[in-house]
Design a binder for this molecule. Structure first.
Ligand code: HAM
Length: 430
C-alpha cells in the first residue's frame, strides 16, 4: 500500500523550506517593526466559535470545515486565525491589561475547498490582528504593513482593493436594499443564493456562481447608503492610504467571504502570475463586533491574513545559500583503523557545530572521490578529511573547494580557522 498526502494538502520538502523561511522571516520582521507580538493558538477550536463568528451561511462554515466530535466536544480544525485569536484575547482578559494589542501569527489553516492552483485544503496564513483601535489611522497603517512585506520579498505587481461595509445600522439598511433588489430575481440565482437571500444577501455578491454574478449587475452599492460616521471613517482610511503613497482602488463590490466584517474591507490581488481566480494574496478588514460577541468588552479590531502558497508562487527566486559549510569525511582504507578515524571525524564534526559552523558528516563508507563530488553537490565550501594519517597525528586535511587549496591543521584549530575564513571572505553565515 503506497500512501499519498491527503488531496489538497502539500508536503514542503527541505529544498523548498528556505524560500518559506525567507517569506515568513520577512513577514515576522515587518510585523515586529510595527509593534506586533506573536500569538500561538491551538489548531482546534470549538466548532460553534467558527460557526458563530465566520457565519452559519458562509461557504466556509456550510461546506468547508473539518469538524468532528471527540470526548463529547464538537471540534473544528481551524479554517482561519481570527476567531481563535479573538477567543484567546477574551479568555485571557487582555482588554483589562492593555488598551491596544497587536498580535501576529503564522500557521496552517484547513478548508475543504475544491483543490486548484493556489487553492488548497491545508494552506498557510501569516496574519495580524489589532485589538482596541477603532481606526481609521490603524486601518491604513495595517494595509501599508502588508504592502511593505510584499515589497520586502520582491512582489511588485499587486493591486490593493478597499471598500467599506459600514457598521450596524448601515449594514441593516443595505441588507434590506439587497433583499428588495434580489427578491424579484430569485429564480435567476444559484440554489445557495436563493437559500441565503433573506438571511445573508451579502453572500450573493461574493458568490463565484456565474448566475449570481449576472443577477448582481446593477445591485445597490453600499457606498451609497453609508451613514455619515461610516463615510467619515472610510474617507479617513482613503486619505491616510494616500498620505502613505499606497496605491489603491475603491471596489464597491468587494464584500469578502466571512460574516464578521464591518466598515473597512481590503484585499490585495496579484496582477501577474498564473494564480487565475486564486489571485487574492491577502484579505482582511475591520471586525468591531467580534470581541463583544464572544463575551469581552466592546473592542474594535482590524486584521488581515496573507496566503503563503500564493505569495511564494509570485516571489522571485533569490539567492540560494549552500546547505553545508563543511563536509567531514572519514577515509577508512583498513578496517582495523576504522575506530580511531570514525571517532576523530565524529568529534571534529561536533566541535565544528559547537563553534557555529554548519557541518555534515559522511557516515557511510565511501571512496574519497565520491565524497568530494557529494560535497560539491551539497554546496559545501570545504571538505575536512580524516584518514589514518590525520587521526594518528590529531590533524585534519581541509580542502577548500572554491580556491582549490588544501591545508593541514590540528583538529583543535579547524573551527577557529574556518570561522576566520568565513568572516574574511564575507560569504555569509557559517
Ligand atoms: P480569507 O480571505 O478567508 O481571510 O483568507 C486570507 C487569505 O488566505 C486569502 O487571501 C488567500 O491568500 C489565503 N487563502 C484562503 N483560502 C485559501 C486556500 N484554500 N488555499 C490557499 N490559500 C488560501 C481570512 O482568513 C481572515 N481570517 C483574514 C482576517 C484576519 N480578517 C481579519 N483578520
Amino acid at each position: 500500500m503506497r500512501f499519498r498526502a491527503v488531496r489538497g494538502m502539500n508536503d514542503i520538502l527541505p529544498g523548498e523550506a528556505p524560500r518559506w523561511r525567507r517569506l515568513e522571516s520577512a513577514f515576522r520582521a515587518r510585523a515586529e517593526l510595527y509593534g506586533y507580538g506573536e500569538v500561538r493558538t491551538p489548531i482546534l477550536e470549538a466548532t460553534a466559535l467558527f460557526a458563530k463568528q465566520i457565519g452559519e451561511t458562509t461557504d466556509v462554515v456550510e461546506k468547508e470545515m473539518y469538524s468532528f466530535e471527540r470526548h463529547g466536544d464538537e471540534l473544528t480544525v481551524r479554517p482561519e486565525g481570527t476567531a481563535g485569536a479573538a477567543r484567546a484575547y477574551v479568555e485571557h482578559g487582555v482588554a483589562n491589561k492593555e488598551p491596544v494589542s497587536r498580535w501576529y501569527y503564522v500557521g496552517p489553516m484547513f478548508r475543504g475547498e475544491r483543490p486548484a492552483k493556489g487553492r488548497y485544503r491545508q494552506f498557510w496564513q501569516a496574519g495580524c490582528e489589532l485589538f482596541g483601535d477603532p481606526g481609521p489611522v490603524s486601518d491604513a497603517e495595517t494595509i501599508d504593513l502588508v504592502c511593505a512585506v510584499l515589497r520586502d520579498v520582491g512582489i511588485r505587481d499587486v493591486e490593493v482593493c478597499v471598500n467599506s461595509l459600514g457598521s450596524g445600522e448601515t449594514r441593516a439598511r443595505y441588507r434590506d436594499a439587497l433583499v428588495a433588489f434580489f427578491t424579484p430575481k430569485r429564480g435567476e440565482l444559484s440554489e445557495d443564493s436563493q437559500r441565503r437571500l433573506e438571511k445573508n444577501p451579502l453572500r450573493i455578491l461574493d458568490s463565484k456562481d456565474p448566475r449570481d454574478a449576472a443577477a448582481s449587475a446593477g445591485a445597490p452599492s453600499i457606498l451609497d447608503v453609508l451613514s455619515d460616521e461610516d463615510r467619515a471613517h472610510f474617507d479617513g482610511v482613503l486619505a491616510h492610504l494616500a498620505a502613505l503613497d499606497v496605491p489603491f482602488r475603491v471596489d464597491p463590490t468587494l464584500v469578502r467571504g466571512l460574516d464578521y466584517y464591518s466598515r473597512t474591507l481590503f484585499e490585495v490581488k496579484a496582477t501577474t502570475g498564473d494564480l487565475g481566480a486564486q489571485n487574492t494574496v491577502c484579505g482582511g478588514g475591520r471586525y468591531d463586533g467580534m470581541v463583544e460577541s464572544l463575551g469581552g468588552p466592546r473592542t474594535p479590531a482590524f486584521g488581515f491574513a496573507m496566503g503563503l502558497e500564493r505569495l511564494l508562487s509570485l516571489m522571485p527566486e533569490g539567492e540560494v545559500t549552500p546547505s553545508h559549510a563543511v563536509f567531514v569525511v572519514p577515509v577508512i582504507d583498513d578496517d582495523s583503523a576504522a575506530a580511531p578515524i570514525t571517532t576523530a571525524a565524529l568529534r571534529l564534526a561536533r566541535a565544528l557545530r559547537d563553534a557555529g559552523v554548519r557541518a555534515e558528516l559522511e557516515g557511510r563508507r565511501v571512496r574519497l572521490k565520491n565524497a568530494l563530488s557529494r560535497a560539491e553537490k551539497l554546496g559545501a565550501r570545504w571538505v575536512a578529511i580524516v584518514g589514518a594519517k590525520e587521526a594518528e597525528a590529531g590533524i585534519a586535511s581541509l580542502k577548500d573547494l572554491a580556491r582549490r587549496e588544501q591545508h593541514e591543521l590540528p583538529v583543535g584549530d579547524v573551527a577557529g580557522w574556518l570561522l576566520r575564513q568565513i568572516a574574511g571572505d564575507g560569504r555569509g553565515a557559517a
